[in-house]
Design a protein around this ligand. Structure first.
Ligand code: BZD
Length: 824
């Protein structure tokens, strides 16, 4: 498909030449890192041709483009993924092997770019992969953080955060585009004048600080179609002397200040997921990348079009949660102050251009900026927000005369705060949730008033994942087997994976499927041996919970249950028990105390259990350090059981659940987020469902009636486990180490409501479900059917399907064909 360009000899020569020009070395002298760089540059050279061809095809078609605005893109490594999508992985692997180079070793030299926290950031990355693969014109717009998500070290069982200097060796795939730099202004005051000629109001920002935003472009390669879209991430630079105002020229102090501001803005990703932090620097980051991206978007539009009032015909902006919501007033500002539209015209364009995705209903995640901070940092933007709010409230009062309750709930500006979600809903033309259940909860609970007022805006887009990274790249053995059995159509059309269904009754096929799972478990066991020094038995059940650490995700429930199992095994050594390896991977936000205590607890229980010879290795517990995209690929491929045990109603969708399913691991989970749809696809018999329903949880929350003490005093086995948090069993005799965790379950003095996440309430039902997992696993035939069926029924959960739905219902894009760019 890529013609001669990946022919072995041509490629080998390119790599040798690159090593020579970059490092003045021969291949034999080069370090693995240098070879990684040389290989990447050789690959980039091929990509560049298609990148040019793509942009030319888009220009010629004058295609409508989606701008996916996101504070986070959790891309993972690029080299292997690019090769997969260029359908050149095999050739390149062979070419390198002939030079005695192992591609897998070279891939491991690439830092794992972690410009995201978790699900929301990874979803953005999957969407970009799908957009390119499906031939849709798209930009991802974000921030080029110097430091991404921290590296996690475990020391003495505790999480320690280390900076992630991912750019240390340079990023071979990016292109710096200094010529497209944009200025972004903060603070100062607004002076208002009447234009003497037109009589129009003009707003002049004075005494502001500014930074220069410099774009870096990264190629997003589609699968086998020559499409290369762009992820544009912005770096910040001080505006140098000569660009300062006349007045400020030679003002050394100001120059230094601007230098510092620029450095700070893009310095680091905020490592909180599902939690609003209210820091001024965070708002600066948001406005910085939004203003730069919108300026670039408008400049590009104006190259080919003269009427800015038709902007929405050629661009659509998707806001990934509320983090990019200043796009609304910033677009208004650009249209009014820079392009000369009046309010009504600007509003029509903005409200037809912007769409909003909601990713959470957790109250603590809602962005509400203090008005004094917001108006000080973004004075002109604040004026525009006031006007949007004023006009909206007129509408509300007209619809609900005398109902000031409605006004209170729906206003953008209330109680000294700017409520970003309200602004996004009021100003955009679309509001979507990320799984059916989540969207229903938005419509009928959280955003009920808005749904009542704007029912037509609300829609659901159930999340998806890219099978190119999470199967083709992450699980090459299974990918190869599936292709042998049903052809390779699944790579770009995952609904075809349903063609595996008949094989569920084919014993030979099932055996092969389980052999592949076993090999992947051996691969993971080797990783664990190397990184944790723990021997795990690949014949044991690999039970995996990997995701951010958060109370609502209930890693605590999982470890309490393990403590309970351990007590049982100790007490009844004769009891039959199928060996289990419990695997965790999770980063806790640096300031999230309970989450960090949970990590310590998991590691302490692991220490005790793994070193207890008396249980004959029946239980092993492994905490994978620094869970990230690259080791995630190994984990999904090797999992037998997928733990998706959030308190029902709290996990908007989940996407890890889909990655496990794709790789043949049945779900052990609650009826939450996309688990509901997974069960719908695979059937209840092929999942292990437990716990309160979302409605039950919501009812308890609204009406009370749950007292964890009732359970504690009536379930002695569970009581024993909870007491072990305080008796030093897992703390070398320290009675205080897990006091906070203990109190979170039982103590009304410490929390408004104990056991907010219904851990005790769901404990027995979870333990029952775990028993069923064991029974099912013992029955090899049953398990292999179930595992294979999970893979075969995962077709719906491709991000390709999700993107087609966004395009159809919200973005209205057209597919653009791109000829091979090899003749540039
Ligand atoms: O978004 C997650 C949800 O919790 C998941 O249920 C869902 O599947 C994914 C994708 O839709 N939300 C996040 O990951 N949120 C954040 O990471 C985040 C980051 C910064 C501030 C607030 C939230």
């Amino acid at each position: 498909m890529y013609g001669k360009r990946f022919e072995k000899e041509t490629f080998k020569t390119a790599v040798k030449d690159n090593v020579k020009t970059l490092y003045r070395k021969t291949i034999d002298e080069a370090t693995p890192q240098q070879i990684f760089q040389a290989v990447s540059y050789a690959v980039k050279e091929v990509i560049i041709d298609d990148w040019l061809a793509t942009q030319k095809a888009y220009d010629e078609a004058d295609a409508k483009t989606v701008y996916y605005m996101s504070m986070e893109f959790l891309m993972g490594r690029a080299l292997g993924n690019n090769l997969i999508n260029m359908t050149a992985y095999g050739e390149v692997k062979e070419a390198l092997a002939e030079m005695n180079i192992d591609l897998n070793v070279i891939e491991d030299e690439e830092p794992d770019p972690a410009l995201g926290n978790g699900g929301l950031g990874r979803l953005a990355a999957c969407f970009l992969d799908s957009l390119s693969t499906l031939n849709y014109p798209a930009y991802g717009c974000g921030i080029r953080y110097r430091y991404g998500m921290f590296k996690q070290k475990i020391e003495n069982g505790y999480q320690v955060e280390e900076p992630d200097n991912w750019l240390k060796e340079g990023n071979p795939f990016e292109l710096r585009r200094e010529e497209y730099a944009k200025e972004v202004r903060f603070g100062g005051n607004i002076r208002f004048e009447k234009d003497p000629e037109t009589g129009k109001d003009i707003f002049i920002q004075e005494n502001y600080e500014s930074v220069l935003a410099i774009p870096y472009d990264m190629p997003i390669v589609g699968y086998g179609n020559h499409v290369v879209n762009t992820l544009r991430v912005w770096d910040a630079k001080a505006i140098t002397d000569f660009q300062l105002d006349e007045f400020d020229r030679g003002n050394y102090h100001k120059a230094v200040e601007q230098e510092n501001l620029a450095k700070l803005i893009v310095d680091v990703l905020y490592p909180n997921d599902n939690h609003y932090s209210g820091k001024e620097l965070r708002l600066k980051q948001q406005y910085f990348f939004i203003s730069a991206s919108l300026q670039a978007m408008i400049a590009k539009y104006k190259k080919r079009h003269s009427d800015i009032r038709k902007l929405y015909e050629k661009v659509v902006i998707q806001m990934n949660d509320t983090h990019p919501t200043v796009a609304v007033p910033e677009l208004m500002r650009l249209l009014i102050d820079e392009e000369g539209l009046n309010w009504e015209e600007a509003w029509e364009v903005t409200s037809k251009t912007c769409a909003y995705t909601n990713h959470t209903i957790m109250a603590e995640a809602l962005e509400k900026w203090p008005i004094d901070l917001f108006s000080r940092l973004l004075p002109r933007i604040y004026q525009i927000v006031q006007e949007i709010d004023r006009r909206f409230l007129i509408q509300v009062r007209a619809k609900y005369p005398g109902n000031e309750e409605k006004v209170k709930k729906m206003a953008i500006l209330m109680d000294g705060q700017v409520r970003m979600a309200n602004m996004a809903i009021i100003s955009g033309f679309s509001v979507n949730g990320v799984a059916k259940l989540h969207t229903e909860i938005l419509k009928h609970q959280e955003l009920k008033d808005f749904y009542e007022m704007f029912p037509e805006k609300f829609n659901n887009k159930t999340n998806g994942i890219t099978q190119r990274r999470f199967l083709a790249h992450g699980n090459p053995l299974l990918a190869g087997w599936i292709t042998d059995r049903i052809g390779d159509g699944w790579i770009t059309d995952l609904s075809k994976i349903a063609n595996l269904k008949p094989l569920v009754n084919d014993e030979q096929a099932r055996r092969e499927f389980m052999q592949i799972k076993y090999k992947n478990k051996v691969r993971l066991a080797e990783y664990i041996k190397k990184h944790n020094g723990i021997e795990v038995d690949p014949r044991s059940i690999f039970d995996v919970q990997v995701k951010r650490l958060h109370e609502y995700k209930r890693q605590f429930l999982n470890i309490l249950h393990i403590m309970y199992l351990y007590n049982q095994i100790k007490e009844h050594p004769e009891m039959s028990f199928y060996p289990r390896t419990f695997i965790f991977g999770a980063k806790a936000a640096a300031g999230y105390q309970r989450a960090k205590e949970t990590i310590k607890l998991i590691n302490s229980v692991a220490d005790v259990v793994n070193n207890d010879r008396s249980i004959n290795g029946k239980l092993k517990i492994v905490f994978i350090e620094d869970y990230r995209v690259s080791n995630a690929e190994l984990l999904f491929a090797a999992a037998d059981v997928s733990e998706q045990i959030s308190t029902a109603s709290k996990e908007a969708s989940g996407t890890g659940n889909m990655k496990f399913m794709l790789n043949g691991a049945p779900t052990l989970g609650t009826m939450d987020g996309a688990n509901v749809e997974i069960v719908q696809e695979v059937g209840e018999d092929n999942a292990f469902i437990f716990g309160l329903s979302s409605q039950e949880v919501i009812d308890y929350e609204n009406h009370g009636g749950y007292n964890p003490l009732d359970i504690y005093f009536n379930d002695w086995e569970l009581k024993r486990v909870i007491d072990q948090l305080m008796d030093g069993t897992y703390a070398n005799g320290d009675h205080d180490m897990y006091k906070n965790l203990y109190n979170s379950l039982l103590n009304t003095q410490c929390t408004a409501r104990p056991d907010v996440y219904f851990i005790l309430k769901d404990f027995r039902s979870y333990a029952e479900a775990q028993k069923k997992v064991e029974q099912a696993y013992r029955d090899e035939q049953r398990w292999s059917k179930m595992a294979l069926l999970n893979t075969a029924c995962s077709g719906k959960f491709s991000s390709d399907r999700t993107i087609e739905e966004y395009v159809e219902d919200i973005w209205k894009l057209e597919k653009i064909q791109v000829p091979s760019g090899q003749f540039f």
